[in-house]
Design a protein around this ligand. Structure first.
Ligand code: PFF
Length: 568
């Protein structure tokens, strides 16, 4: 019987799992979610969810893989033959996620170049339109004016020039010198007629974003270059399975950590950094009573720890017989949370600097998602000495953070295909990677960001949560939580208490059912300007309907040989 591949060492496994967990979610999602949900209070909710849901689920997924020696489809088929489809469903959720995740990576590849050449500054100086706008519109009518304190005048971007009309733009805020005073203007109604903002480069010049999802605009050929580089890199990193991964993770974990430390030091030594950090961390305790903060914390924990993606089951299946499931899960969970926390320090200190410099409130400069990584942060570093080098290093950090998350998913899907059809690793790898590449191509058009947003929303709100819910019901209620707890304890350096079974049987499923209920019932406009029932969201629902159908087809397709195989 074939011998299953195993990790080169314990360290290789721990680093691979940490690498999968630490990704873009830690740098652009965590800081913003923390800030939006009460700063320090959210951290409390986050750590509670980490210990109640995240770490127990990591133990659960590692143990399923370790016990069955199969990736998700084979693992669930071994537990209950009828459940093979569910394993494919979990792989499918991950597959959709990696498809759009690679798009974000490809933007980072292109932006590394833009950073080196300061390309995004190309359209920063279109002041002419301001005069036109001010001539044609009453300034007071357009916006809320906030005088900028005089102590901020005279810096590079904040100089009212001889009472003439003059304008500069910061992140989402326009500064206008008018009659000898300097004003910060927020919420401009007609920003279009006004001038270009830093976001314009990203949304217009770079992405060619159309005005609505149904208009695909043009194919962005320059993005294809970054996209190809991204996929070659991802596929090459898992070319020989755990053998290659075991080596690659030493770089893809330690390089971004090193860079993150650099950015924290750079960030906290900037003038005004304290303002950002205190905003990030000041606890608003009353928010702990608000349900939203807990919902945000659970979904952040799932995404960040890569649970519900079928990844940790596959990674667990490559563990040798003698192992330490519980210990590894705790180390990995804490390492991920600490990295996210440090990501927040780096990001918020820079935002604090920017807000202080512009004399505006920090909410004016803080954005999440693409807005943070591709608009706000580049804009801030491009005003610092050493802009090019910091810009390049920032995108290298994002890329090295993201690549091991992306290849962990590719590896999970590849292992599933390989287990079932007994293909060579390379062949399976090329098939899965090639498919993700093809499905990603529509996201290189002018409506790419809309497609990405919708897929992201559905996979996070419904995909991951459904996978985790079924996992906990199956293990907690059908197979038996106590039985699984014994298995984990027998394969760890210490025994885990009954708390684990309580989390798996009760706390996690109840939390998820509540989450799903809230999502479906209460929110009319859960994402940007899209309503959950609006026609844009048909696309999201379509993915959710197709996933189980395709999963069922894959489960019923004839595999090669006996599946799931008993591998010693
Ligand atoms: N844990 C990852 C993160 O926080 O970025 C989530 C992830 C995304 C894992 C995409 C894998 C992946 F392909």
């Amino acid at each position: 019987m074939a011998k299953r591949e195993v990790w080169n060492s314990k360290t290789a496994f721990v680093l691979a799992a940490i690498g999968s967990a630490i990704g873009l979610g830690n740098i652009w999602r965590f800081p913003y979610v923390t800030f939006e949900n009460g700063g320090g209070a959210f951290l409390v909710a986050y750590f509670v969810c980490l210990f109640i849901a995240g770490i127990p689920l990591l133990m659960l997924e590692f143990s399923i893989g370790h016990m069955t020696k199969q990736a998700a489809p084979g693992a669930f088929a071994k537990l209950r033959p009828k459940m093979q489809w569910f394993g494919w469903f979990a792989v499918g959720v991950g597959f959709v996620i990696v498809t759009y995740y690679a798009i974000i990576m490809s933007w980072s590849v292109n932006y590394t170049w833009e950073a080196a050449t300061l390309g995004w500054q190309d359209n920063m100086g279109q002041y002419a339109n301001v005069e036109y706008a001010l001539e044609t519109t009453e300034l007071e009518d357009m916006a809320v004016l906030t005088p900028v304190p005089e102590r901020f005048w005279g810096t590079e971007f904040t100089d009212p020039v001889d009472e003439s009309l003059y304008s500069i733009q910061s992140t989402g805020t326009f500064l206008v010198a008018w009659e000898g005073n300097l004003y910060a203007i927020s919420s401009l109604g007609n920003a279009d007629t006004f001038m270009s903002s830093p976001g314009d480069f990203f949304f217009n010049d770079f992405l060619g974003l159309t005005s609505e999802p149904w208009d695909m605009g043009t194919f962005r050929w320059p993005l294809l270059i970054g996209f190809i580089i991204t996929w070659v890199w991802i596929v090459a990193s898992v070319w020989k399975g755990t053998k290659t991964v075991s080596k690659v993770v030493f770089y893809t974990v330690f390089i971004p950590w090193g860079l993150l430390i650099l950015f924290i030091i750079r960030g906290v030594t900037l003038p005004g950094a304290e303002a950002g950090i205190s905003y990030y961390l000041t606890p608003v305790w009353s928010k702990l009573l608000n349900a939203d903060i807990w919902l945000a914390a659970i979904s952040q924990v799932f995404f960040s720890l890569s649970v519900g993606f079928a990844i940790m089951i596959a990674y667990g299946s490559f563990l040798p017989k003698k192992t330490n499931i519980a210990g590894f899960a705790i180390v990995i969970g804490i390492a991920d949370a600490l990295t996210a926390f440090c990501g927040g320090l780096a990001v918020f200190s820079a935002l604090g600097y920017q807000a202080t410099k512009m004399g505006v409130h920090i909410t004016e400069v803080a954005q999440s998602g693409p807005g943070l990584a591709f608009v706000a942060y580049p804009h801030i570093i491009s005003n610092l000495p050493g802009a090019r080098i910091f810009g390049v290093l920032f995108f290298l950090m994002l890329l090295t953070l993201a690549v091991d998350s992306a290849f962990s998913l590719l590896e999970a899907a590849t292992a599933s295909v390989k287990d079932k059809w007994k293909l060579s690793h390379k062949k399976a790898n090329l098939i899965v990677g090639g498919l993700c590449f093809l499905l990603g191509l529509p996201m290189l058009t002018g409506s790419g960001l809309y497609i990405l947003d919708i897929a992201d929303h559905f996979m996070n709100s419904f995909g991951l949560t459904i996978v985790v819910l079924v996992e906990t019901i199956m293990i907690g209620w059908v197979i038996g939580a106590e039985k699984q707890r014994d298995y984990i304890s027998d394969n760890s350096s210490f025994r885990i208490g009954q708390w684990w079974s309580i989390c798996i049987r009760w706390l996690i499923p109840i939390g998820i059912i509540w989450m799903l209920f809230t999502e479906i019932s209460a929110r009319e406009t859960p994402y940007g300007s899209f309503g959950l029932r609006s026609q844009e969201f048909l696309f999201g629902w379509l993915i959710m309907i197709l996933l189980p159908i395709v999963s069922d087809l894959l489960a019923n397709a004839k595999g090669k040989g006996k599946f799931p195989e008993n591998i010693e």
